[in-house]
Design a protein around this ligand. Structure first.
Ligand SMILES: Nc1ncnc2c1ncn2[C@@H]1O[C@H](COP(=O)(O)OP(=O)(O)OP(=O)(O)O)[C@@H](O)[C@H]1O
Length: 306
C-alpha cells in the first residue's frame, strides 16, 4: 500500500443526503486505466466492469496492481490515464454524498486505540445519515464479548472485525474489501463470509481483493485476474481459465501401486474401473483442478511470456 495514497487519513464527513443516485446497473466501469510511477507501469490499460449487487474478486500476485487500482476507484490515488466511473461519478472528483455511499475496509486503521469497541462504532455511526444499529453490528461482526474492550487491546483478527464494522456502518452501496480476512482464524473467516454474504443478499456491491483463492470461490460471483497491471481474464470461479472443461484426474490404488489418468470422461473411466474391480475401486479419487491450480497456471504462463 502506502505510496501517494491519502486514504489512511480518511474521515467520513457529516450530513449526506442520498439524493441523485444513479439507477443504472453498473457500479464500476473502468476503461484503459493506467498508472505509472516514474518509468514503472503499475497499471497498464486495465478494463473492468462490476455490476450493481455483484461480488467481484480481484486476484493477482504481489505487485500486480490490485491495490493501486482499488485506491484509484476509491478516490484516494490519482490515475495517469483512462476512464473511471464509480457509482456514476469520476472518483477523481469525489463528493460528500458519494463518499457516504462507498464503504472502505482499510488494511488496518490502527487508530482510536484508547476508545472501546462500542465507543468507536458509536462514534463512526454519527457520521452517516442512516447508520446500522451499533449494537446489532457489534454482534454481527462477532465482537459482542469485546464491546467494552479498548481497541488497542484487540487481537489482530478482532481488530480486523472492527475495521469491517467501520466499513459497513454507513450501509454503503459499494464496499471495498482489501484482503479482509488476513490474520483471521478459520472460524472467524467463516463468520466474516456469512456477514459478507448477508451484505451481498441485501444488494451491496462488493469489490474484494484477496490472496485466498478459496475465499474468492466462496464469495465472488466473478473473479478478475490481474498480472503486471493488466486484466488477464474475467470469469466466474467455476469457469476461469477453462476450469469447467479442464480434464479431470481419476486416481486409484492398483495392485502395482497408485495410478492416475487425466480424462475428459471421468464417469466412463470410473465405470470401467468399477467393472475391472468388480465393484468398489480402492483409493478412488476424482479431482477437477481447483481455482488455485488454474490461477497458478495462468500466472506461470504469464511469466513465460515476459
Ligand atoms: N507510490 C509508489 N511508487 C512507486 N511504485 C509504486 C507505488 N505504489 C505501488 N507501486 C508499485 O506498483 C506496483 C503495483 O503495486 P500494488 O500495491 O498495486 O500491487 P498489489 O497487486 O496490490 O500487490 P499486493 O498483493 O502485494 O498488495 C508494484 O510494482 C509496486 O511496487
Amino acid at each position: 500500500m502506502a505510496g501517494d495514497s491519502t486514504r489512511g487519513a480518511y474521515r467520513p464527513t457529516r450530513a449526506f443526503v442520498h439524493s441523485g443516485r444513479m439507477t443504472d446497473d453498473v457500479a464500476i466501469r473502468v476503461r484503459g486505466l493506467q498508472k505509472t510511477y516514474g518509468d514503472h507501469v503499475a497499471v497498464g490499460g486495465l478494463d473492468l466492469d462490476v455490476a450493481r449487487g455483484e461480488c467481484f474478486a480481484l486476484l493477482g500476485p504481489n505487485g500486480a496492481g490490485k491495490t493501486t487500482t482499488v485506491e484509484i476507484l476509491e478516490g484516494y490515488r490519482p490515475r495517469s490515464a483512462g476512464e473511471v466511473t464509480v457509482l456514476g461519478l469520476d472518483p477523481r472528483r469525489p463528493t460528500r454524498d458519494w463518499r457516504a455511499r462507498v464503504g472502505i475496509v482499510l488494511q488496518s486503521t490502527g487508530e482510536f486505540e484508547a476508545l472501546t469497541v462500542r465507543e468507536v462504532i458509536n462514534h463512526f455511526a454519527l457520521y452517516y445519515p442512516a447508520p446500522r444499529d451499533p449494537a446489532e453490528l457489534i454482534e454481527a461482526v462477532g465482537l459482542a464479548e469485546k464491546a467494552t474492550a479498548r481497541a488497542g487491546t484487540l487481537s489482530g483478527g478482532q481488530r480486523r472485525r472492527l475495521d469491517v464494522a467501520l466499513g459497513v456502518i454507513g450501509r454503503p452501496e459499494l464496499l471495498f474489501l482489501d484482503e479482509p480476512t488476513t490474520g483471521f482464524d478459520p472460524e472467524a473467516r467463516q463468520e466474516f463470509w456469512d456477514l459478507i454474504r448477508q451484505l451481498s443478499a441485501e444488494g451491496t456491491t462488493i469489490l474484494l481483493t484477496t490472496h485466498y483463492l478459496y475465499e474468492a470461490e466462496a464469495l465472488a460471483n466473478r473473479v478478475g485476474v490481474i498480472n503486471n497491471g493488466r486484466m488477464i481474464e474475467v470469469a466466474t470461479p467455476a469457469t476461469l481459465g477453462g476450469r469447467a472443461t479442464a480434464a479431470t484426474v481419476v486416481s486409484w490404488d492398483a495392485r502395482d501401486g497408485r495410478q492416475s489418468v487425466s480424462t475428459d470422461t471421468p464417469t466412463a473411466q470410473v465405470s470401467k474401473l468399477s467393472a475391472e474391480f468388480g465393484g468398489e475401486v480402492p483409493g478412488l479419487t476424482v479431482a477437477r483442478p481447483t481455482l488455485e491450480d488454474i490461477y497458478l497456471s495462468m500466472i506461470n504462463a504469464g511469466k513465460g511470456e515476459q
